[in-house]
Design a protein around this ligand. Structure first.
Ligand code: FES
Length: 120
């Protein structure tokens, strides 16, 4: 587990980028903390610099939306998911466990899901 920052240092609607084996973006989406690979699966853009919309982050370069809960893109141009990483809070500190596994496309899933259920 990697300590990221205190909960107070990541207010609602904000993000932070850390460098582990790969860059990881950590978000506070309406009080829920999520961590995903920071680099967009489309091209080289930092998702920590993107725009939060509910549980989705919009890539700042070409506006693909990624679901913070699953890492799946919900619109083009991104077609492949980014990894999600387990996060927990203990004694006011946010920790992330950077997943070692490669990005895996769920069986039977299209390359991207068209649902934008949480985007409002
Ligand atoms: S770099 Fe993210 S959508 Fe193109």
């Amino acid at each position: 587990m990697i300590p990221v920052c205190s909960v107070d240092e990541l207010p609602v609607g904000e993000s932070i980028r850390i460098t582990a084996d790969v860059p990881v973006a950590i978000f506070n989406a309406d009080g829920e903390i999520y961590a995903i690979d920071d680099t967009c699966s489309h091209q080289d853009a930092s998702l920590a610099d993107g725009f939060l919309e509910g549980c989705f982050v919009e890539c700042p370069l070409h506006a693909a939306l990624f679901d913070l809960r699953t890492g799946m893109p919900s619109c083009l141009p991104a077609k492949k998911p980014v990894r999600t990483h387990p996060v927990f809070v203990e004694d006011g500190t946010i920790y992330v466990h950077v997943a070692a596994q490669p990005v895996v496309q769920p069986a039977g899933q299209p390359e991207f899901a068209l649902s934008q259920e949480s985007v409002a």
